[in-house]
Design a protein around this ligand. Sequence first.
Ligand code: ASP
Ligand code: MG
Length: 440
Amino acid sequence: MVVLKFGGTSVGKPERMRKITDLLLSTPGKKIVVLSALSGTTNTLVKIGDFLLSQSPESATREINDLEKHYEAFIKDLFTTEAYKAIGQEIVSRYFSLFRLLAAGRFDDRSYRELLAQGELISTELFYHHLQERKVSSRLLPALHFMSIDENNEPELEKISERLKPLVQTLGNVDILVTQGYICRNHTNEIDNLKRGGSDYTASLIGAAIRASEIQIWTDIDGMHNNDPRIVKKTFPIAELTFDEASELAYFGAKILHPSTIVPAQRYGVPVRLKNTMDEKAAGTLISDKGSRGQFKAIAAKDGITAINVKSSRMLLAYGFLRKVFEVFEKYKTPIDMVSTSEVAVSVTIDDARALPQIEEELKALGSIEVDKDQTIICIVGNGLAEKEGVLKQVFSTLAPVKVRMVSFGGSNNNISILLETANKEKALNLLNEGLFDLN
Ligand code: ASP
Ligand code: MG
């Protein structure tokens, strides 16, 4: 079985939805199709939710009305027969009366999450009926019947697998199962989600849960690029990446994939293929456990990083100092990305600075503290980079004109991370692109 995930832009227009159907019909074998909400919908639902939480029901109603018009136009175009246009209208009316109901009641965090889940529910329902209209053998597979997260918001892969396998088996006579990305139930059984961009994660969890032969992520770009195409002109899609390389890139800012996507696929060795709906013939990127070594594969950048330096002469020849520093971050559930130490100081970076004031306060007991905000981590990825001669020389001579705040190398064999001021990011990415890749 193959799992195929289509993102918001791939389902965002009626003609795109029709194209997905053509694509599915030309893909042999049984398939599970994971869909996002139509492009823009989740953002609008977030807006509506925020208006309702901040007691602005008129603004919420305006957004709901506009969104409804969008969906009404969508179904008129998507469906071709009068009978199915009527079904489409019934679906849209049903969802929008739910939105109005949610808006009229006491709106809390729980209603918010329920509201956010509707984007994927409506897109899959519309798509399913479109398949029906085209007489394609298919069924809806409700994500809320199998997708769950625990009290730490971590997906429960074993349980998901236990629930999903029999469901898939009983529906075994159809070719296409359509399910919702992003949405799930939490440990109290309420409707919840896998965070923004979470549909990729859904696809990977399903692929791992049923040990699919492949997970395909269809977006509107022709695979993972060697550098950020929004900032650097000459980028190119990478044909093959290892799971480790792809994880690193997704975590450090390659926007094409939700950062956790690779984890479940890697655990069961299910290859992930990134494909472009706008250009089906393009090779895309294949992520698997195979791949070449000792090459610069790609660069990603992550903004919004804070660097914290703790300096203390008590660190000199002392043991246990780093533990004390790390314990402070642990206490405030704040993950550390990069670490760099000298004999008397340690620098760490964090992405989530919500607890920074408390962290700073506690670190003061350990030494003098310096905090640098607006930093960017540039992550240069390639399997086996650490084994290759001359890589550091190549990176640093390329980066000579830019001031570097911190470096991390050797922790894993597949990346070099560099911290610099966000103001220097564009320059650094362009220099590295010229200096590390053969662009011809
Ligand atoms: N619709 C959700 C979002 O926009 C999930 C996804 O598209 O992956 O974040
Ligand atoms: Mg996405």
